[in-house]
Design a protein. Sequence first.
Length: 648
Amino acid sequence: MSNESLANLLKEERRFAPPADLAAAANVTADAYAQAASDRLGFWAEQARRLSWAVEPTETLDWSTPPFAKWFKDGKLNVAYNCVDRHVEAGNGDRVAIHFEGEPGDSRSITYAELQREVAQAANALVELGVEKGDRVAVYMPMIPETVVAMLACARLGAPHSVVFGGFSADALATRIADADARVVITSDGGYRRGKPSALKPAVDEAADRSDQVRKVLVVRRTGQEVAWNDERDVWWHDIVGRQADTHTPEAHDAEHPLFILYTSGTTGKPKGILHTTGGYLTQVAYTHHAVFDLKPETDVFWCTADVGWVTGHSYIVYGPLANGATQVLYEGTPDTPHQGRWWETIAKYGVTIFYTAPTAIRACMKWGDDIPAKFDLSSLRVLGSVGEPINPEAWMWYRKHIGADAVPIVDTWWQTETGAIMISPLPGVTETKPGSAQVPLPGIAATVVDDDANEVPNGSGGYLVLTEPWPSMLRTIWGDDERYKDTYWSRFEGKYFAGDGAKKDEDGDIWLLGRVDDVMLVSGHNISTTEVESALVSHPKVAEAAVVGATDPQTTQAIVAFVILRGGASEDDGLVEELRAHVAKALGPIAKPKRIMPVAELPKTRSGKIMRRLLRDVAENRTLGDVTTLTDSAVMDLIQAKLPAAG
Ligand code: 6R9
């Protein structure tokens, strides 16, 4: 970012102090920053003591062969024991671990004692199917309790899971199975989405037929829909899991034993299998869940709306909350089935106190209207979280006002599949929050913003987000490709982890994320962030969502092209586009004024809710579309392209 344009951008002056009662009883107070700064490794060693170790670690970090870290390497522990059994042993077996809410309205509450028996049975079943420590297991499931049970059963055995998002195609599944060399796949007949059963098994059949390594497919019956059956390969979950003993002795695994592989969708090239290991990962997900959400396991009801096929589901549905003995909601379906108040109704039903979702969902709810959440009792909420993309100040304000009764603190949490756990976020009892900013690295985390030459930028300037010290839940490598791990993350700035995100520091030194650096636009010599132009557009009352790309332009290198979804009621008459261009120019300066603005009905998003700007750039530059396999709904692109001539 050039400083000149930065001075114009996002003059956000609203500030919100933490609620006094929350601050007074907060799990983590301001001292944590100072404590961690004076002894970072001592701080993490102390956090590791949140876990139950079979063998306590004596060495916190081995960084003798960077960028390959070993955390707590001489310690041993079992992740499933930490997430389930120890809570039962501590007398909390009757506490609900999971309130499952099926999309059709079926529900089931599972206590920690029940979860312990189910995980033991599933682990015994996997052993019967030949799964051994170290074997990889692919998981391709809907959002149902058996998915959590399956992941914990794998963790218990030390068999790394590779969860593949249930919306991905047979192709994507096959590539991931092959890359991880998974021998067993756990799936279901289907799951409920948008009011109807949506099949999963056919994709597994296709992927397994194409692979010569898949030996067994374990199938949960969820929807009861017809499935093709291969007697050699397929096994019903209820046949094999149900008849197992409901106890299983957990083995203590090395802290650096692989826990899971999770593929990042990656906009280009082969997907990267991000490898996470046992002790450091669990330490940081447990700590961050405790600190960032202020979780009180006896009284809170936590709800993270992510899918388990995304890292957020791994860290803040499965491992963080369960390691902390939390009670949480697990919801199977879409937020607008059977009506647009389903989430708010669910919050009221279970008395949810901590709610964690993505900006894309918040913007969808804004579009549906303020009157919808207003119909439900949301007074149980005390912390709201956001993750996945920069949250536009306007969406932040809406979230606070309409979901948080203008009082509940919002934590905007920056992190990645690669970081494993939250890295930059306000603390709800400490930080005075600013709409749109993730603000401060958590205690024990070293993050900053650097320029092209790796120099830290002064306050008020922008550049690249980097992490300057290793952290416990960092990825250990890219599965099977140490060189690609070094190249991708550690070669751009020597000795620093390059996250791939643009960021700026404001006058207080707080961090504002500006989107992926590939998405930064160069307009007449100025670097302009897509995020800031989008936020300016969304701050206009007629705009619900915006996606901005830079299209090649002979005069200005790149020209700003914006795609906008209008709010209900707003009409796309001739004056509106001009009005929006003027609005952006007023907010950010004339240089940021979009050359073209196209109202559209939907935007292309990945399954985790991120806008696929790459595809919009293809449209804006009149190219054939690139890979659309990670898109939620490929029909969206047809609609956008169909609009193109009229909008030009
Ligand atoms: C957890 C997750 C990682 C990328 C990341 C960044 C974007 C995530 C954000 C955010 C701004 C936040 N991102 N959280 N940007 N503010 N609070 O999303 O992991 O799917 O690997 O995506 O998402 O661009 O680099 P992942």
